[in-house]
Structures are given as structure tokens and as C-alpha cells.
Write a protein that binds this ligand. Sequence first.
Ligand code: G
Ligand code: G
Ligand code: NA
Ligand code: MN
Length: 253
Amino acid sequence: LTLEAELALAVERNEFELFYQPQVDLLSGRVIGAEALIRWRHPTRGLVPPGDFIPVVNTSPLSEAVATWVMTTAVRQARTWQLDGHEIRVGVNLSPSQFQSGDLAAFVSKLLTVTGLSPRLLELEVTEDILLHDEPGVLQTFNRMRALGVSLVFDDFGTGYASLSYLKKFPLDGLKIDRSFVRDVLTRADDAAIVGSTVSLSKQLGLSVIAEGIENAATAEFLLRLGCEHGQGYHFGKPTPAADFTQRFLQVD
Ligand code: G
Ligand code: G
Ligand code: NA
Ligand code: MN
């Protein structure tokens, strides 16, 4: 079977899973959110990381079904947490095809209504490949989703070709500083300058900011000194199944 044929079967056989990675308030250590990240539990290959199949999915007719499954599963999970008293925001990665076919804003709106999730607990992550696609359609969809009360954040900020011009063109709520700038921030003055100015830029623009890829306590402390209040990375937790996330990050005992 080709990878695409196996992926079609995976949809039917329910072989996808969402893992969740904590996002924390760097000062208090409190968990404020979770990014949903897809995994494929293949019967013989084991757990397949998204880098190995998302690019195939996104260029195939399956992309819509997979994206719909991701959004539905993540929103239901966020609602389950909300009903259990855990007001954490769940981040969902969008793919370019979601802006091409159908009406994403109407789908999100209906999903929020059906599940009862508070819109402020849903955060949609967009990358530059979405922003460069079909500008008027994307802009209209953004405006409609923001009108619902959902937030939109710019993922992998700083790695693309035109990050700053997209901040001007699109109504965004926040940005995620790409982990390539965070990894060596303690030892590289250029990374520290880039992260520090991105934090002040986001504050001047009224955007939220979160640093990705924090792998140790010293990096977390340094980011806080640079004015970055939120973080995500292996130091706080790797992506993990929902039940494990609940037990490790949300259980008060
Ligand atoms: O989880 P991991 O770091 O291996 O993810 C690798 C890449 O796959 C990241 O760029 C991430 O944004 C992307 N990714 C993970 N889950 C999803 C998803 O549900 N939808 C889309 N479109 N991309 C995802
Ligand atoms: O492109 P995006 O930012 O959505 O990618 C998220 C991916 O980054 C996830 O697949 C996750 O596994 C990975 N990731 C999250 N935290 C860390 C980290 O601290 N270090 C590294 N190397 N990767 C991370
Ligand atoms: Na992301
Ligand atoms: Mn990212």
C-alpha cells in the first residue's frame, strides 16, 4: 500500500490520536493551555510523528477529513476539561486546505455551539503558508472567526519570509516565537536580541506572545527576564495523550 492508501484506511480505522503539550505561565508555573498535536498509531509502524504524514495528508483529498477530525476532537477535549473546572485554552494547528474548501468559520461556529465550549478557550495556530495563500478569503475567514471570540496566533513566528508584513495584514491575537530562536537563547546574543525584540514588538502591537521549545529552567528564567510571560517546551512537558495530560498537569491533590 502507498502511504496515501494507508492514510485513507487510518481515517476509517480511527488510528489518529491527539497528544497535548502544556503551555505555562512562566512566572507562576501554572498551566494555561495545551497545544493539540496529531499522532498516527499505525498497527505495525507504531506511533508515526506528524512530520512523516501531515505533508502527505495536506496534499491529498484526505486533508479535509483529517482536519475536521482534529478540530472536533480538540474542541470536545477542551469542553471536557472546561466542564471539569479546568479553564485551559486548547491550541489547534490549521492547515492551508482548511481555507480552500468549505466554510471554516461556519464549521467552527457550529462546533462551538454543539459542544458548548467557550470560544475564548479555542486558539487556532496559523503558519505563514496559510497567510500567503489566498489573501481575501483568508482575511474574511479570520475576521469571522475572531468575531466568534476564538483567538488566532501566528505559529513559528520569525521563520518565514514576511512575518512582519503579515502582522500588519492579518488580525491576529498573538504569536508563537519559533523554537529555533529559543534553543540557543542563553548562549547566542543574536537569538537573545531577536527574542527580546519580538517580545517588545508583540507588546507594542497588543499581541500575546509565547516562546516555544523551552528545554530547561535556565532558558525559562531568561525568557521571563526578556519579558516573555508564557512558554511551551519539553522542560514543562512533552506532547502526551489527553488522559495523561489531565493526570499530570490538571489534577489538584
Ligand atoms: O508534534 P510535532 O512536533 O512532531 O509536530 C510536527 C509538525 O506537525 C509541527 O509543525 C506541527 O505544527 C504539525 N502538526 C502537528 N499536529 C498537527 C495537526 O493536527 N494539524 C496540522 N495541520 N499540523 C499539525
Ligand atoms: O510547528 P509547531 O510549532 O506546531 O511544532 C510543534 C512541535 O514542536 C511539536 O511536534 C513538538 O513535539 C515540538 N516541540 C515542542 N516542544 C519542544 C521542545 O522543547 N524541543 C523540541 N526540540 N521540540 C519541541
Ligand atoms: Na503549532
Ligand atoms: Mn511553532
